[in-house]
Design a protein. Sequence first.
Length: 345
Amino acid sequence: MISLYQLKNKLNKQAKEFAELLEFPDLYAQGLWARGVYNCPHFSDTHKYLSEVFEKKKLDSILKHDSLKYLMINEYDDQEIIESLHKEIESMANRIESLMLVDLETLELVSVIYQVLGLPENAKFIVNTGADFRLEWRPYFDAFDDPLIVQYADLKVHGCYFRLIACKFPFEKLSLDDIRKYMYINHVNHNGEFEGCISEGNTFSKHVHWLVLTLELFSSGKVNKAQFNPTTFKIEGMRYLVYGFPLIPSFVSDWHKPDLCLRVKNLDGDQKFIVRIEQQDLVFYARRVDTNFFNTIDYEKYISLYQSSVLSHFDADNNLLKVDGVKYLSFFRPFSVEDMKGVQA
């Protein structure tokens, strides 16, 4: 059973780590931590409440407390507390931000709070899908001599269907010329533009055009920089580049569609979730672009950039991802080394 000393010591260490991560004075950080995370007027109030709980021998009251229950993360079977934290952490970050004397990105605060509370993978926005999560890959052009040149798989995120398109990439290094030549060879070796495509009306030429535009968007000016190079995703031992987008509802497949459990934050800024599927990584990107909120970007120009590339696929839905009534630009793309750096790394 955890002791009063252990809990107070844990609280002190949290405030100390929070101060170190943001390079704040200790006393200043203590006040921010107490008010922002535990919703207590002063840091000393958190200690006082813990002492009272142990004097009355009512440890369960901590687990039921609206805010101090988060002190019990990693001490008990805490999945319910962690789920509550995912919903509350935006408010915590906003409270801290409103009290600070310096400007700091809210998403960076979210990452720091996760880290201090003992959830390092959440701090890095890493989503482990687990052993039960599997993608059902199927040929997209099943009449081709090589039906596995393009594959697709559907899944759900926040109740919305997404389609992943996997394009075979048999090269060691990224090159737009190589991928154009490879797609051209496959094209000329097959006569039927429409034949065999699972989406009636789509063609291989349209697919190639979409792929080139998407590659150009994500690799422009960075193709020779190793940290930005997309990593390939292996399917049955073959290398693929995988991109994904919200799917037109009528195009949803009959195959298995797993539910990806991640929570997009109602905050401004780029949200990059590193999704780990069978020890491989993809990036799920989300950006709030709702006109009801202040955004730091010109959302119309920003959206059009992606709607003319990754979101221009024949199967892509024009409607943005909506979470709790708020709209987000969202898509999947390959992982790169650069994704492990910065705020959400």
